[in-house]
Every structure is written in structure tokens, then in C-alpha cells.
Design a protein around this ligand. Structure first.
Ligand code: FES
Length: 266
């Protein structure tokens, strides 16, 4: 199978994760690595890059949150419906071989690739601190799955309805003050990831972030996902970047470009 060709699959399972997000399990082996994405395609609605939220036993999953017109149409799908995809694409998170403990920091549906990463790290015998932050309890997506997988789950909500009242970055800071962590991984709102990269840098701990931009081709041809000022295309040289590299990008945490190339502030 060439990964730039479309495959059409039937959804084997549709799991309701929250009131506006679902995980779809598709019966295909991708040989993916955590952090990579697929271009999901729903005829009549459109195509969208989505992080892979898990892969095992010849099946992979994606978690779709109903936020824009394409994802809203995908969210309505159920078991047995058809969904097209191509991939996997992009760079992946790297768990250091000699590490013993890692921390992941997820916000909103950004927790999806981190759930996949955590399961892989636990299978390698690593201790995983799974930090997840959300507006409220109903928006925490993977806490139960991660507890079952054996991660230490640390939650925060803006309204205090679950975990500590505050931000996931506060939880990370406290963890790094009191525990030996070998590497930090993050995915979620860019302002949160920028803070995570800065905190990790302050504690002299390696970090990887997942930077998302509007994508068209997904394979490095159209230039749509190039970022200022390095000009790297995030569909090929990202989405996973070392924290220091992300911090050197002028637009990281401050703006992105829409489908017409216009700057949009976060
Ligand atoms: S989406 Fe076309 S180059 Fe990245």
C-alpha cells in the first residue's frame, strides 16, 4: 500500500468520548508511530488532517471532535459507515531508549496522539505521567483509558470540576519540581504548548510539541503548511518538532494562516 493513495474503510467501532467527540476504529494496519497523522476524507464534506489516536492488532483509531464543517460531518458517522484516508504522514514523537519516566501534557482533543504515545511508552516499561487539562470535567477525553493503561493521571480543569482548578502547565511545573522526568511531550492549544516548551527549557528537560497548520496536500507539495520564518512544511518536517525548534519559529504561539494564507492570531 502506498500511503499517498486513498483507502476507503468501514468504521468498525464508534466510541463516544465526550458530548462532541468520537473515536473511530478502522480495520487497517498503518505501521504508524505516535504523533503521525492521516488525511481523513469524507466524500461531500472534505478532507482533514487528524492525528492517529491509537494502533494495535492491525487496526488504528482517530478521534474526531466536532469543531468545523468537515469534522462536524465526520462526527455524525457511526459503526458501518465508510471513511476514506491516506497516510500515515509526518514526523513522530521519540521516546528516549534510556528514559525511565516521561510526562505528557494534553489539552482538549490534543490529548489523542498523547494517549497513543502513552500506551506505547507503558508497553516499553516507562513510567508515564499523563497530564490533561480541559475547560471542565465533560471535556476530559482520555483519563479513564489512561488509568486503565497504567499511567499516573493528573487532571486540571478551568472550573475545578475535576482535578485541580487551574492549568495543566501548573501541574507540569509542580511535577518537574518534585520528580525526575526524562522528557516532556505535548499536544493541544498552541499557547499551552509554548508554555510547556518554555517550562521544559527552564528545567533543562527535552520536549517535543505537535504543531498543526491548515493543510491541503499533506505530502509537502503545495507549501500551504510552511511556517515563518524557517519555511519548513509541517506536513513533512512536522507536526512533531523539538521544543527549541518550535520556540525559534516566529509564528509559534502567536499566529497561523488560514486557507487563503491570511494571518490569524491565536
Ligand atoms: S499541506 Fe501541502 S505542503 Fe504541507
Amino acid at each position: 500500500m502506498k500511503n499517498d493513495e486513498f483507502i476507503v474503510a468501514r468504521i468498525e467501532e464508534a466510541i463516544q468520548e465526550s458530548k462532541d467527540s468520537k473515536t473511530f476504529i478502522l480495520p487497517n494496519a498503518l505501521n504508524s508511530r505516535p504523533g503521525q497523522f492521516v488525511m481523513l476524507w469524507l466524500p461531500g464534506a472534505g478532507e482533514k488532517p487528524i492525528s492517529i489516536s491509537g494502533e494495535k492488532n492491525g487496526k488504528f483509531s482517530v478521534t474526531v471532535c466536532a469543531v468545523g464543517p468537515v469534522s462536524k460531518a465526520m462526527y455524525k458517522l457511526k459503526k458501518g459507515d465508510k471513511l476514506g484516508f491516506r497516510g500515515p504522514f509526518g514526523t513522530h514523537y521519540t521516546i528516549p531508549k534510556d528514559s525511565t519516566s516521561i510526562a505528557v501534557v494534553g489539552g482538549g482533543y490534543g490529548s489523542a496522539p498523547l494517549a497513543y504515545l502513552s500506551e506505547v511508552a507503558i508497553a516499553q516499561g516507562k513510567k508515564v505521567y499523563f497530564i490533561e487539562g480541559a475547560r471542565n470535567k465533560a471535556r476530559l477525553l482520555f483519563a479513564e483509558r489512561m488509568k486503565k493503561a497504567g499511567a499516573e493521571v493528573l487532571l486540571s480543569t478551568d472550573d475545578g470540576s475535576e482535578g485541580i482548578k487551574g492549568y495543566s502547565t501548573d501541574v507540569l511545573k509542580n511535577l518537574l519540581k518534585t520528580h525526575k522526568i526524562d522528557k516532556v511531550f505535548t499536544c493541544g492549544p498552541e499557547i499551552m504548548m509554548k508554555k510547556v516548551a518554555e517550562i521544559s527549557q527552564k528545567f533543562k528537560i527535552k520536549c517535543e510539541i505537535s504543531m498543526e497548520r491548515y493543510m491541503k496536500c499533506g505530502i509537502g507539495l503545495c507549501g500551504q503548511c510552511a511556517v515563518d520564518e524557517l519555511g519548513i512544511c509541517l506536513c513533512k518536517e512536522g507536526p512533531i518538532l523539538p521544543g527549541e525548534k518550535a520556540l525559534s519559529l516566529k509564528e509559534f504561539g502567536s499566529y497561523r494562516r488560514d486557507s487563503t494564507g491570511k494571518k490569524v492570531e491565536w
